[in-house]
Design a binder for this molecule. Structure first.
Ligand code: DMJ
Length: 690
């Protein structure tokens, strides 16, 4: 190897900007020229060639770039135009805005890039004093400034006082709706991205349908054209219609840009593929049925009938495919009585079964549904605890419907193994389990957030599904709730908000994922089914905290993770680290609000849900169709769209909002149905004869 000849190098020297050596323009020009002359001919030709290339590239790409820019400006002001929201607000709204006070942003802490449970809990972590078993009700949290003259939309229900907790932007929307009065109905204007007015979608006609079927009985085919009793309550109609509008808007984007694909990317007007199985479409089926969106349902069903095939050489995640697709198909079968969905469910269920062929019978996380081969993730032979213990409702139901026991046997075996496994701490379980040894790994780390959450949820729900006969499940659930109260429940220093933190080798970390907000709903469901009353007390307190996670953010939307301040002080209760500020359109809080409303009828839970829907409309609704997850719930001016609409926004978030606002308590009665962790309703089995 010969060293390259010296003259083939081009050396660029960046001058120190503070140096005054070349601060004279003429001098600099001369010097450049001299340097150019010093270059070899090869060097000079190279530079000229590169410049010519750049020029040609620039000329060629000019038309498409201008096209893109035009497209961007068509899409309202997603990324720029910082003053647009103010400019486009009608004058009458602007005057209210001017009077209004904005929320004072609480301070934020340093970066956080940790895993679900942060073992290096950092400064926040304490081996703190425990909260009382079930703490007394938290003092009402310090409210933010409110708007005295705020009124709701034109036909708000009598229970429909919008809580006084909304932020500045939310005010804009409500005021627009309010001031426009009947005009709103005519023109269907919706305040969308950062206050810009956009046209609402053309509504399709169908009224809400009461699709309640007798649970557990083989479903009789339902007719979507059956007359539907009108909403009886004075007041819920507008909120229900607002949810339908949101669904139609989301669906419009999916239909236009992502039809038959897994997920919509609403900003780039394209799609993302995860398994290539029409994930959003299938996750949405029962929501459309429940919302009475007949046309949308019919076209989706048509796709399932003609296009959906599981005979594909594709690796799918066992848990996600089970809760979203298998759960979605089974639920839709129960609602509609249409065999098509059961046939598809059977086909998928049998293709997932190879996942259970492991030395320990703890299933692998991934399975190729075309080849029938399963495997763990590339980097480990562990499976996630929540993933192997939150597929039971679906597989058990599949066995009941098909009378083929293998599905139920496989998932019941997992529960049996986990039930007797060492490594728990007062009912709390580690987050990983090894598929070879069948033992817990990463012991000593406990969370109710990512990777463990739905284990706890499914203990209770399997017990309910099975007619409250399986004592091991109940025992594990009761023990776990005690473990949560003992190790994870604390209150904040400033105003005694109750929260659920995490434990890492006896070290408490006051960190809570938004995912944990499923817990108030689950605790309330347990109490409704005869479990101790203090579960409900804890549910009430945690519900308040989850509400605060939205209410205290400038966009009115919760971040993915919050940290709580446990020192007594006048400071904020909630701290959001920069890496945790995103919102993925998750359902857990509205899910719990739905349960809390059903069991208490306290209208505040509906109002909190309504506030959340308004915030989704204000900060995540994409003109042209779809909703997007966002990067920063603390920045109402630029929340930073992430260009992804998760399937659970349609499968869960909008469904729970609809059920929250519906006065029809028989619409998926909680005494007849149990919702899987993706909000797909499965029947509670009839109790065996005594
Ligand atoms: C959903 O897929 C399910 O609710 C799951 O249990 C947790 N994650 C998402 C929603 O946040």
């Amino acid at each position: 190897m010969y060293p390259p000849s010296r003259k083939d190098f081009i050396s660029l020297t960046l001058n120190d900007p503070h140096s005054h050596t070349y601060n004279n323009g003429k001098h600099r020009r001369q010097s450049c020229w001299r340097k150019w002359k010093q270059l070899s001919r090869l060097q000079r030709s190279l530079i000229l060639f590169l410049l010519a290339l750049l020029l040609i590239f620039g000329l060629l790409s000019y038309p498409s770039m201008t096209e893109q820019w035009r497209g961007l400006s068509d899409r309202e002001d997603w990324l720029e135009l910082n003053d647009r929201d103010v400019k486009d607000i009608p004058p009458e709204v602007k005057s209210v805005l001017d009077q209004a006070e904005t929320k004072a942003p609480p301070p934020v802490a340093g970066p956080h890039m940790g895993p679900a449970v942060d073992p290096d809990a950092g400064a926040d972590a304490v081996v703190g004093p425990r909260a009382p078993n079930v703490p007394i009700l938290a003092k009402p949290p310090i409210k933010n400034k409110t708007f005295p003259n705020k009124r709701g939309p034109p036909s708000l229900p009598k229970d429909g006082n919008i809580s006084d907790t909304v932020g500045r932007k939310k005010q804009v929307q409500e005021v627009v709706q309010d001031e426009e009065g009947e005009e709103v109905d005519k023109e269907k204007k919706i305040v969308s991205w950062r206050g810009a007015l956009i046209e609402a979608d053309q509504a399709t006609e169908p009224p809400p349908s009461n699709n309640e079927k007798e649970a557990a009985a083989p479903p009789a085919p339902a007719n979507p054209d059956d007359p539907v009793p009108p909403e009886v309550s004075t007041g819920t109609v507008d909120r229900l219609e607002a949810v339908r509008d949101a669904f139609r808007h989301a669906w419009k984007g999916y239909k236009e840009y992502a039809w038959g694909h897994d997920e919509l990317k609403p900003i780039s007007r394209s799609f993302g593929e995860w398994f290539g199985l029409g994930l959003t479409l299938i996750d949405s089926l029962d929501t459309m049925w429940i919302l009475g969106l007949k046309e949308e349902f019919a076209e989706a069903k048509d796709w399932v009938e003609k296009e959906l095939s599981f005979d594909k050489n594709v690796d799918v995640n066992l848990f996600e495919t089970t809760i979203r697709i298998l759960g979605g198909l089974l639920s839709t079968y129960h609602l509609t009585g249409d065999q098509l969905f059961l046939e598809k469910a059977k086909d998928l269920g049998s293709r997932l079964m190879p996942a259970f062929k492991t030395p320990s019978k703890i299933p692998f996380s991934d399975v190729n549904i075309g080849k029938g081969i399963a495997h763990p993730p590339r980097w480990t032979s562990d499976s996630t605890l929540a993933e192997v213990t939150s597929i039971q409702l679906e597989f058990r139901e599949l066995s009941r419907l098909t009378q083929e026991p293998q599905y139920q046997e496989a998932v019941n075996e997992v529960m049996r193994l986990v039930h007797k496994l060492p490594g728990k701490q007062d009912g709390l379980v580690p987050m990983f389990i090894n598929t070879n040894s069948g033992q817990f790994t990463h012991k000593g780390v406990f969370t109710l957030g990512a990777r463990a959450d739905s284990y706890y949820e499914y203990l209770l729900k399997q017990w309910i599904q099975g007619g409250k006969t399986e004592d091991d499940l109940l025992e594990d659930y009761l023990q776990a709730v005690e473990g949560v109260k003992k190790h994870l429940v604390r209150q904040t220093g400033p105003s005694r908000l109750t929260f659920v933190g995490e434990l890492s080798h006896s070290r408490f970390n006051p960190k809570m994922d938004h995912l944990v907000c499923f817990l108030p709903g689950t605790l309330a469901l347990g109490a409704h089914n005869g479990l101790p009353g203090d579960h409900m007390d804890l549910a009430v307190q945690l519900m308040e905290t989850c509400h605060q996670m939205y209410q205290q953010m400038e966009t009115g939307l919760s971040p993915e993770i919050v940290h709580f301040s446990i020192q007594a002080s006048d400071g904020p209760n909630l701290i959001v680290k920069p890496a945790d500020r995103h919102n993925l359109l998750r359902p857990e809080t509205v899910e719990s609000l739905f349960y809390m409303y059903r069991f208490t009828k306290d209208p505040k839970y509906r109002d909190w849900g309504w506030d959340i829907l308004l915030s989704f409309n204000n900060y995540t609704k994409v003109p042209g169709g779809g909703y997007t997850s966002i990067n920063n719930v603390r920045d109402p001016v630029n929340p930073g769209p992430r260009d992804k609409m998760e399937s659970f926004f349609l499968g869960e978030t909008l469904k729970y909002l609809y059920l929250l606002f519906s006065d029809d308590m028989e619409l998926l009665s909680l005494d007849k149905y149990v919702f899987n962790t993706e909000a797909h309703a499965l029947p509670i089995w009839p109790s065996p004869p005594k």
